[in-house]
Structure formats: structure tokens, C-alpha cells
Design a binder for this molecule. Structure first.
Ligand SMILES: [Zn+2]
Length: 260
């Protein structure tokens, strides 16, 4: 498997991914926004796009579907709950469904929260697992829940689906928000040395050059994965959020991030 990451250079800072099997040249267009750019990238690799997969229904994750489909004829797959919300979905993906293309194998992880229909893809075929997280997990943050989402569902997704994933899994998120999110990490935990380190490392990088982080690294500086951090809890308490449960901490964090 080889992944081409395209930065969209738009206000929302989307990443588009083309995921190719190097043995067969078959590829998946994940969340295409700029269909022409996705097609050009696939052609440059000598790949044929056989599948279009959308993590969720937001326009910036599906807008390139028609262009990619018109040229490649690839069917559109998304969550079973996205049928009717995303035009022309040919197959509704169910929980833990296995997708095979060439030598690549993925598992479908339902991850509601950002929207009710959101899914992530986890590779099963790679020695080091890769998580395509859409707008569920970003570098140093969780996706927002104010555009059709539900923060309680997002909390459950983090606890039930993301928490069991191994430290060595590599994160491929749907947007380039790392620099801004690390600033928020440091508001939550001013003394977090990993957040400081990575902020220093990425501050002068262009979006195209942003590093691919592991879940283990995320667990060192992403406040939404650090609900028991004493400094984070003290910070919340000091500002009036007397949080007694990890759910309450998660929700207080998400609310603060919304208004930050
Ligand atoms: Zn979204």
C-alpha cells in the first residue's frame, strides 16, 4: 500500500488521500474534494481508481465524487447510514465490514460523533496499521460536533473505538489542523513537553510537509486522549469546570475548543 496525500489549499485545509495497491495499481479515492487533482495524482502513480469512499457526508468530503466517478466509473461507498445523505452511494458499509482491493485490506470502523454516519478505515493488511480518521480524530484534537454531530457519541467513539487501537498505528486525518490544535493543547496543558516539542517542529512546515503521527504520539499531547492528565484537570477546575467523569472532561474540552 502506498498513500498519496494531497493538501487542498482551501479555507478548511482538507487533505485528500489516494490509497493505492502497488502490486495491482488499484486505488481508492478517499473523501475527494478536488476531483481533478485526485485524478491527476492517480494518473501520475499509474493507478486506476476503483473505489470512492467517503468518511461522512460533509460537502468538503464528497464534492469531488462526481468528477472522479465520471472519469473512472468507480462506485461510491460510505456508511450504511449515509445512503440518502450522500448522492449515489452504491454500497452502505456496515460495522467491521472488511474491504479488499488488490493486496490492501481495511476494516470499517463506525465512528459517530462528528456526524452520525461517520466511519474510519483501519488497515488490516499493513505491518504497521494505518487509521484514516476523517473528521473524527485530528492531530492534537477531536473533530467538532456542531455541524450535525453529537458530543456524547464522539466520547463513546473515542472510548470504544479509538482507545483500543495500538500506539504504532499511523494517523491520516481529514484536515491539516495540527499547528492550531497544538496551541489549544498547550492552553490545556501549558507544561506538556511533547506538545511544546511538536509545536516547535511543525511551526515552520508547510501543510504538504506535515508529519505523519502515530496514535502513541497523539496520546502524549492530544487533550482528547488525555482525559486523566492532572494538569489538564487542574486547568479545567481552575476555570470552573469541576469535572467528575471522563465523559464530562471530554465534553468540557470540546466546548472550550468550540469557543476558543
Ligand atoms: Zn466534516
Amino acid at each position: 500500500m502506498k498513500v498519496v496525500r494531497l493538501y487542498m489549499n482551501n479555507r478548511l485545509r482538507n487533505f485528500n488521500y489516494i490509497i493505492g495497491c502497488e502490486k495491482t495499481g488499484q486505488a481508492i479515492a478517499l473523501d475527494p474534494l478536488d476531483g481533478d487533482a485526485v485524478l491527476a495524482a492517480a494518473e501520475a502513480e499509474g493507478w486506476q481508481i476503483k473505489l470512492i469512499i467517503n468518511t461522512h457526508e460533509h460537502h468538503d468530503h464528497i464534492e469531488g465524487n462526481p468528477v472522479v466517478q465520471a472519469v473512472t466509473g468507480a462506485p461510491i461507498w460510505a456508511s450504511e447510514y449515509a445512503v440518502g445523505k450522500i448522492p449515489n452511494v452504491a454500497k452502505g458499509l456496515v460495522a467491521n465490514e472488511v474491504i479488499e482491493l488488490g493486496s490492501m485490506v481495511f476494516k470499517v470502523l463506525p465512528t459517530p460523533g462528528h456526524t452520525p454516519v461517520h466511519v474510519c478505515l483501519l488497515t488490516l493488511s499493513e505491518e504497521i496499521p494505518v487509521l484514516f480518521s476523517g473528521d473524527t480524530l485530528f492531530n492534537a484534537c477531536a473533530g467538532n460536533c456542531f455541524n450535525g454531530g453529537n458530543v456524547d457519541e464522539m466520547y463513546e467513539t473515542f472510548q470504544q473505538v479509538l482507545a483500543p487501537l495500538p500506539d504504532n498505528a499511523i494517523l491520516y486525518p481529514g484536515h491539516d489542523y495540527m499547528k492550531t490544535n497544538l496551541e489549544f493543547s498547550l492552553v490545556c496543558e501549558p507544561g506538556n513537553q511533547d506538545a511544546q516539542l511538536w509545536q516547535g517542529h511543525v511551526k515552520n512546515l508547510s501543510p504538504e510537509d506535515m508529519p505523519f503521527m502515530t496514535l502513541g504520539q497523539e496520546r502524549l499531547y492530544n487533550p482528547f486522549l488525555r482525559l486523566e492528565s492532572p494538569q489538564l484537570l487542574a486547568k479545567l477546575e481552575a476555570s470552573g469546570d469541576m469535572s467528575t467523569s471522563s465523559r464530562a472532561v471530554f465534553k468540557a474540552l470540546r466546548l472550550r475548543r468550540d469557543h476558543w
